[in-house]
Structure formats: structure tokens, C-alpha cells
Design a protein around this ligand. Structure first.
Ligand code: ZN
Length: 115
């Protein structure tokens, strides 16, 4: 099934629920404890079970949690990284490591390439 994420994230239901979850969790990242303010753009409301895995839980408060941008990146970078490595797009070394040392992938710990 093709899911229109853009329409979903712009829907009034989602925006209202997103505010509710931010309030419920006190504008605090559930992974690192980063706390922010209601108007902050540093927090996201994350689907624990992703929409693509269970569309019916997209508006289920028990499936939602607050993450800061950093933790959200960490959570999603593994999958995105693997996909990009498979695609073999430019800007990466032969082993799939991004050439830019400031790239997120080079800042997170990886446990599959011991020295
Ligand atoms: Zn965090």
C-alpha cells in the first residue's frame, strides 16, 4: 500500500495529536531526556511502530513518543544508511562510509566494524 505521508503529517488530526503527545510527555525526549519548550522545532513525535508497519496505529497515543531531532536521526539513520549504501550513491567511500567526517553517520557509534 502506498502511504501519503505528506498528507498525513499535514492533517489536522495529526497536528492536534502531536501537540497532545508533546504535552503528555512534557516536551521531553524519551531517550536522552532533552527538554524543550512548546514552540520548539527540536522535538519530533515519533511512531514506535512505524506507519508503514501498522497503518492503523498512526493515531494511537500509545504508539507515540517524543524524541529530540538528534535521537530521531539516530533511530532512523541505520535503516536509511543501509538503503543508501545499497544504492551506492556518490559521496561515500567504497565501504559505504560518508566521506564528510561531519556527516551524521560518522558521529554515531557503529558496532559492526571493530578496529
Ligand atoms: Zn534525545
Amino acid at each position: 500500500m502506498k502511504i501519503d505521508y505528506r498528507a498525513f503529517y499535514q492533517s489536522r488530526e495529526w497536528r492536534q495529536l502531536r501537540n497532545t503527545i508533546l504535552q503528555r510527555d512534557h516536551y521531553t525526549c524519551c531517550m536522552c531526556g532533552f527538554k524543550s519548550v512548546p514552540s520548539s522545532r527540536l522535538l519530533v513525535v515519533d511512531h514506535i511502530v512505524e506507519i508503514r508497519d501498522d497503518y492503523s496505529r498512526r493515531l494511537d497515543p500509545s504508539n507515540l513518543r517524543v524524541l529530540c531531532l538528534h535521537c530521531n536521526e539516530r533511530r532512523h539513520s541505520g535503516r536509511a544508511g543501509a538503503a543508501k549504501r545499497r544504492a551506492g550513491s556518490g559521496g561515500v567511500a567504497a565501504d559505504g562510509t560518508p566521506l564528510d567526517s561531519h556527516h551524521l553517520w560518522n558521529q554515531v557509534e557503529v558496532d559492526d566494524d571493530g578496529f
